[in-house]
Write a protein that binds this ligand. Structure first.
Ligand code: DGL
Length: 246
């Protein structure tokens, strides 16, 4: 099976990493809209417009389905993409919510959602979790974590004050949804900060979802990855080399 994977930039490679590890696709065609990143600070109409333009790019390829790795685009543009696409389109938000159900925590446990302004503003994670019966949900936009990841900053002397800025005084979460492509790169740091919390990773969540829905199954073959970007594809390839090799 061939999958189109779309992200606003390089961040979606964290989702690609899970997809490659799962061996469910023979080929992944990745498009990062690096010329227009970030989507997370843009308004809904802009994110929809950009996403539909990316869909046109994928129309040049014979793909079986499309995965919107970007949480911000999943939050704002999924419906429009589904309306216009000639293949099935999957976002990462519903899989993230199902991943919370999979860890079987009580419905009154604290759940924290972190993401871009767009993702948190869309209210989608919050509404889907509430519908499933979860009652203690906190959602915080943490856009500053995106450039920190892009700069490769993992130093806790820098990260911890930022975590404190966003999370100080919050109820201790049992689950944290990393509702942004970049945040899995801070997984260890977030795990240390939120000791005992279970972190939800969009990439692992979409793999579980695709298997559960029987959309794709493990074919035990190597996944061929083709990378495209709206600018500076060299940087995308460099980031892919660094992130996917660890
Ligand atoms: N890919 C985006 C997301 O997952 C983060 C970067 C951006 O703001 O575009 O929401």
């Amino acid at each position: 099976m061939r999958a189109a994977v779309f992200d606003s930039g390089v961040g979606g490679l964290t989702v690609v990493k899970s997809l490659i590890k799962s061996s469910i696709f023979s080929e992944i065609i990745y498009y990062g809209d690096t010329a227009r990143v970030p989507y997370g600070n843009k308004d809904e109409n802009t994110v929809i417009r950009y996403s539909l333009e990316v869909l046109e790019f994928f129309n040049n390829f014979d793909v079986d389905l499309m995965i919107v790795a970007c949480n911000s685009a999943s939050a704002f543009a999924l419906e429009e993409l589904r309306r216009k696409a000639k293949f099935n389109v999957y976002g990462v938000i519903e899989p993230g919510v199902l991943a919370v159900e999979n860890i079987s925590i009580d419905y009154d446990e604290n759940i924290l959602i972190i993401g871009t302004n767009a993702t948190i503003k869309s209210n989608l994670y919050q509404e889907m979790l509430k519908k499933r019966g979860y009652s203690n949900i906190t959602a915080i936009p943490t856009p500053l974590l995106v450039p920190l990841v892009e700069e490769g900053i993992r130093d806790e002397k820098i990260l911890n004050p930022v975590f404190e800025h966003y999370f100080k005084g919050l109820p201790k979460p049992k689950a944290v949804i990393m509702g942004c492509t970049h945040f899995p790169l801070l997984k260890e740091e977030l795990e240390r900060y939120f000791a005992d919390a279970i972190l939800i990773h969009s990439g692992d969540a979409i793999v579980e979802y695709l298997k559960r829905e029987k959309v794709a199954k493990n074919n035990n073959k190597k996944t061929e990855l083709r990378l495209f970007a709206s600018e500076n594809v060299h940087r995308l390839k460099e980031v892919a080399h660094n992130w996917l090799s660890t």
